[in-house]
Design a protein. Sequence first.
Length: 201
Amino acid sequence: MTEKHIREYQRAQCIALRRAGMSYRAIAEDVGVSRASVQRSLERYDETGGFQDRSRSGRPKKLNDRNIRMLKHLVQDDANRSSARELMLKLNESLGKPVCRRTVINYLQKFGYEYKVKIEKPYLSKQHRNARLQWCLEHSNWTVDDWKKVLFSDESTFYVVKRKSETKIWRTKDEKWREGCMAVAATGGGGRAGFWGVITW
């Protein structure tokens, strides 16, 4: 139940209890609101015949529900995530009255999107990913004693990259590890060093 629905439910309770003959103080204690809130609820009901929030005046929204759905659809396409300006241009193609880049950014932030640097990951082919998944499935039922008998060793070459290029995109916190929200780590250009290591229980 939203905050709005809770307020309306409490107002309806106040009205019903008052009609049942309860005092303002008793109603306030029973509903869990102040006496002033009880009084305002009853006054609102006398004036309007209802207990809903009054419609708010002010500047109309820049985007209607259809426009908002369109913006959400655009930003979920990985090709559009890197630029609020690009999102603005594509959104404006379907709008009667264009909006500015700042408006697009405000809505993205309202939806929970943040402008973040892509997390780098090593390149893994489909074959690599399938092999890793298969290995995990084959060992998913191993006990602690099983793992104590294993010695893990690996060797790897680390590259020094002369120039670090960071790509920023619009994404939510839940999309941090989404395939299209990560960048393949660059290698080469500044020397390299090889290491070998081993770990065990």
